[in-house]
Write a protein that binds this ligand. Structure first.
Ligand code: HEC
Length: 189
């Protein structure tokens, strides 16, 4: 076979392979695509809020079994987790000594979560006033606010306070105390 002929044969057969391989492109198919490496794409699973016919109440999302506490979730310390004493009153002072690290961490968190409303200077003049928030956020240098119990402040961050929203989903318990330590350090100046 001559060289040129061999070359022509190779080109033609390659061309045919391409034609066959590209057959069906652009055509619709009712069949599911061939999944060479399915991984976990098509495993049986429940999506959030979906229905389940396995559980009696039909809900796929389950609440914790009554009377049980997940490991590491036992929040017995009322002072630390709620800012309250055993009788349910707000504790006057935080249940730990404030350290410089805490104040630094608190400053960082305050500048993320509180400034928009309470202002960088903690004087209640945050950006939100520009957008006409109906109730002015607290000025941390106001005498009444200065005299608030640490426990009450903790509760305000956790549960919200009148026109202030709760921030417990965004700010961890540890960080809430750190923010309070920062506010207290500012108030001393
Ligand atoms: C969406 C705006 C907003 C954010 C964010 C916000 N606050 Fe407030 N905060 C307010 C408003 C408004 C008030 C006044 C509420 C009222 O008197 O109705 C307030 C009041 C307070 C008070 C006073 C409660 C009292 O007894 O009068 C404290 C303490 C406080 N905020 C702490 C914080 C801290 C700490 C953060 C950040 C972790 C924070 N707030 C984030 C809007 C906000």
């Amino acid at each position: 076979m001559k060289k040129a002929e061999r070359l022509t044969r190779i080109v033609v057969s390659l061309g045919m392979v391409f034609i066959i391989a590209s057959c069906g492109r652009g055509n619709f198919s009712e069949k599911p695509p061939i999944h060479l490496n399915p991984n976990m794409d098509s495993q049986g699973k429940y999506k959030a809020q979906s229905e389940s016919n396995f559980f009696v109440d039909g809900a796929s999302m389950r609440t914790p079994v009554e009377g049980t506490v997940a490991r590491g979730e036992l929040r017995e310390d009322d002072a630390y987790y709620h800012g309250k004493d055993a009788a349910g009153n707000f504790i006057p002072k935080a249940p730990m000594a404030f350290t410089d690290d805490m104040v630094q961490r608190g400053k960082e968190r305050f500048n993320i979560y509180c400034v928009a409303c309470h202002g960088v200077n903690a004087d209640g003049k945050g950006k939100i006033l520009f957008y006409k928030y109906p109730i002015p956020p607290a000025d941390f240098f106001n005498e009444r606010i200065k005299n608030l119990n640490d426990g009450h402040m903790f509760n305000a961050i956790s549960e919200g306070w009148m026109n202030m929203p709760s921030l417990k989903a965004q700010v961890s318990v540890k960080d809430r105390w750190a923010i309070i330590s920062y506010i207290r350090s500012l108030q001393q100046n």
